[in-house]
Design a protein around this ligand. Sequence first.
Ligand code: ZN
Length: 227
Amino acid sequence: MKKISISAIIVTMLFTILSCSNDDLPKAAESAYLNYKTKTELELPFDEEWWVFWGGRSVRENYHVALKEQRFALDIVQRIDGSTHIGKGSQNEDYHCFGKRLNAPGNGKIVDVINNIEDNIPGEFNQDSPTGNRVIIDHENGEFSILAHFKKGSIIVSVGDTVIKGQELGKAGNSGNSSEPHLHYHLQTTADPFDGDGLPAQFLDYYADNILVEIGEPVRNQKIKNQ
Ligand SMILES: [Zn+2]
């Protein structure tokens, strides 16, 4: 069985990648969609300002790039005063984004929900359930949004529901292959997170580092929020 981790191996991956020479870095997955224009009208799937931990099209900016399905994926957290958490960050409640509302990024139909996976203790991973609690939205145009690592029990939509852009799906958590609370988001061609092609996800009308972007793809280190 093919099983590629949807993961936020946030800290370890960061040091691995930053310390690699270009020759040692994993290769970007091949993609027929490099020039793809997103069909769904997408907005950032959260309120307030968040920060892009992994995002962009190069392996150095975004470790997901090596994986076909996650070729254009994002890992997003909230960061205040240079940190994703208060204190030692030893419990999920220390993290700024934990429990924050997550929204549908675009209109569509819910085709998959997992809502019963325990949240991890920060620094530990649940590799038996890579996505953890998740929501998959069929945008009914060949594009599917995958949002992963929700807080256990927080998802308030069900399979078959129609959702509109901005509607609450659940709360950010730390379930699955996740080292600390964050949102994993990507767009792809199928409803199976382990079998499909990643698609570029261009969001409309958001601020990146306080500059209004009419259409764009968030990249690593940007502060982003909806207009
Ligand atoms: Zn991720």
